[in-house]
Design a protein around this ligand. Structure first.
Ligand code: NAD
Ligand code: UFG
Length: 336
């Protein structure tokens, strides 16, 4: 029985589809291409050497979802579909609440109508807000500081309530830290629209000549070199975490929450230096003002995922930089 992957044409979803296909799962993918391109589907098939069913549909379209569940005997759902730009969520919050929360409610209603009660959800380290200390454990207080983060927090609560109402639900909430990197083939990777918001795609676009320099947002943070520290995780390690989470939901019911990070924090300048070392590219940068809302340090204690799922990140920052660059240099214009 196939696994439904929502948002499977996106950055993390596409890498997870490859890992699922490689592991022998049948998958059905749904995406509305609001932040992705159809070409990614060909690339997934090419890498995995296997075909899968795809629906160009929106989670907000009840009839479209109904069709997917009627035509396929779905066993479990991995739910990536959502909007994710923090800044945009501050300017257009209703779009984020409607798409992310209503989309999830429509999905869960369709699942319930068809007796599908196993879901793995893409949450985010952003639910912790400004953590009281690092490394961050799953039982730390939550306090997202922007509408995007609040959609993740609210969806976590909705899925917990669903389990309380019906103990047959199996829910895994995965709180990702900072995914970067790409498949080692260089055929799939992150393809942001317009000017990248996130550090690694910005660096690779400087390296490929699309941007002239990196703006480093502040060097007066309380960190070893003054620049912000994050827990960067290779997207393939993250994808593999979803297979472990899927095995967990299939084993039984309940709600389980896991941090997916490496447990190591790197500063902006650590990332720039490592990128330069492994790629031989020079990344010109200037120090600018802090970006509003940014925090000093954010990295995971990933030990719960290791103890309970047997998962841990295997790839290091050099792998992440090498693979991000390999994708960008082979696809300077992304999937276009
Ligand atoms: P992405 O934008 O590349 O992928 C999301 C996909 O969902 C896109 O292909 C988009 O077209 C699709 N989508 C959005 N709304 C939809 C809808 N209503 N119906 C159908 N399809 C829809 O993002 P990503 O980086 O792959 O992130 C995947 C998930 O992980 C998201 O939920 C995101 O919030 C979460 N997450 C991402 C990060 C990160 O830094 N990339 C960190 C933490 C959490
Ligand atoms: N940074 C720069 N220059 C840039 C972009 C980023 O200096 O052009 C710095 C930031 O100030 C921060 C670090 O690089 O110190 C990482 O920034 P990102 O934008 O790559 O990532 P964030 O940690 O800010 O946020 C990301 C996702 C969020 C998610 C969060 C935790 O964008 O959606 O990780 O998972 F919630």
């Amino acid at each position: 029985m196939p696994v439904l992957v929502t948002g499977g044409a996106g950055y993390i979803g596409s890498h997870t589809c490859v890992e699922l296909l490689n592991a022998g799962y049948d998958i059905v993918v749904v995406d509305n291409f609001s932040n992705s391109k159809p070409e990614v589907l060909n690339r997934i098939k090419e890498i995995a050497g296997r075909d899968f069913k795809f629906y160009a549909a929106d989670l907000l379209d009840r009839n479209g979802l109904e069709r997917i569940f009627s035509e396929n005997c779905i066993e479990a759902v991995i739910h990536f579909a959502g909007l994710k730009a923090v800044g945009e969520s501050v300017s257009i919050p209703l779009k984020y609440y409607y798409n992310n929360i209503t989309g999830t409610i429509e999905l869960c209603e369709a699942m319930a109508r068809h007796g599908v009660k196993k879901i793995v959800f893409s949450s985010s380290a952003t639910v912790y807000g400004n953590p009281k200390s690092v490394p961050i454990k799953e039982d730390f207080p939550l306090g997202p500081t922007n509408p995007y983060g609040r959609t993740k927090y609210m969806i976590e609560e909705i899925l917990k309530d669903l389990y309380v109402s019906d103990n047959e639900w199996g829910v895994v909430l995965l709180r990702y830290f900072n995914p970067i990197g790409a498949h080692e083939s260089g055929r799939i990777g992150e393809d942001p629209n317009g000017i990248p918001n996130n550090l690694m795609p910005y660096i690779t676009q400087v390296a490929v000549g699309k941007m002239d320099k990196l703006n480093v947002f502040g060097n007066d943070y309380n960190t070893h070199d003054g620049t912000g520290v994050r827990d960067y995780i290779h997207v393939i390690d993250l994808a593999k975490g979803h297979l472990k989470a899927l095995e967990k939901v299939m084993r039984g019911s309940g709600v389980d929450i896991y941090n997916l990070g490496t447990g190591t924090g790197y500063s902006v300048l650590d990332v720039v230096k490592t990128f330069e070392k492994v790629t031989g590219q020079v990344i010109p940068y200037v120090i600018t003002d802090r970006r509003p809302g940014d925090i000093d340090m954010c990295y995971a204690d990933p030990s719960k995922a290791f103890d309970e799922l047997g998962w841990k990140a295997e790839k290091d920052l050099e792998d992440m930089c090498r693979d991000s660059w390999n994708w960008q240099k082979n696809n300077p214009n992304g999937y276009e």
